[in-house]
Design a protein around this ligand. Sequence first.
Ligand SMILES: C[S@@+](CC[C@H](N)C(=O)[O-])C[C@H]1O[C@@H](n2cnc3c(N)ncnc32)[C@H](O)[C@@H]1O
Length: 354
Amino acid sequence: MRFGERLRELRKKKGLGLKTLSKAVRVDHSYLSRIEGGHVQPSEQIIRRLAQALDHDEAEFMVLADRIPPTWRSAIKKAPHEATFLIRESLEEYGIGTVGKKIRSDGDNAAGVPTRSAISAKSRRKSPDGISTNDLLLSAHLGTNDELFPKILSLYVAPGSTVADVTYGKGVFWKQVPKTLYRVVATDIETGIDCRSLPYEDASVNCVVLDPPYMHTPGGTAHVGHQNYENYYKNNSARNGSDKKYHEAVLDVYFTAGSEAWRVLKSEGIFIVKCADEVCANQQRLTHVELINEYTKKGFVMEDLFVLVRQNRPGVSRVIKQVHARKNHSYFLVLRKSSGKSRWLGPRNSSAGR
Ligand SMILES: C[S@@+](CC[C@H](N)C(=O)[O-])C[C@H]1O[C@@H](n2cnc3c(N)ncnc32)[C@H](O)[C@@H]1O
């Protein structure tokens, strides 16, 4: 329905003449008649006055007049992906989208709303009217886990998805993620669930998050003096019952948990892995490379790699002579449980999206 038609309908319902309403909104009655006829587009200010005069929903008027209601604007800009997802999902839920409607051959349904398949087909093309923005997520980030993690989620995991965080710890990753956005299933060895043996059905979750201890344990007393550090990373538990030692024990947990993630993930599901390289027995161990090699051998497709650089200088104890660079960065790896030759088109177009 056009804005003008709706306006006329509501005006008549209220028993108001053109002149009475035009006086109330302080415009000429011939101008109001042209609005109703669809010959002119009124300004936001006039739309607002019309909504007030007719005691009607201003947002609905704005939408009919092809405008984004001002009260929605900042929310949409803050979370454009989530907002469009929720609008699309709601339209489908009410049957205005794909559900239960006859689909026309041009990819729009009877209500003229583009269908999910039409949207994904369109979004595959380079869109000349795509929004240009500087607000892109970059691959390197200076800051903290809780700042970067929500951004990775918003790029790779559709709202409403079930996310199993299998090394939840203190839940730092989730500090800045709105609680209602995902169904988070949080487990940790501390609460009795080993990430290498999860209590989930095969192919049942959309995303697995893994962040186990990433350093070896030189003799079981590492970081004992650094209470907060050890409290968070639990590196002294890195052996984790593995019969392997040191760096191999670290890898063992990551590798076995990777196989378990593969089992519980739905096809096209996303595996987010936090890791850091380490120097072990004076040997450079590029954990992120070792993990990527192993996970891609299993069938995961590497979709992204984020480098997180810490803001403060890392603490150093007992350095006699420096022989390797002290590490002040870590990684988030993003992998996809590929079902074949499919390419990543974004969470909205992923079959594991929900
Ligand atoms: C670096 S912390 C995780 C921090 C967490 N990502 C957060 O945001 O707070 C490592 C966590 O892995 C857990 N952990 C160690 N071995 C595990 C295992 N085999 N299964 C599940 N959790 C394990 C530890 O208890 C610890 O909470």
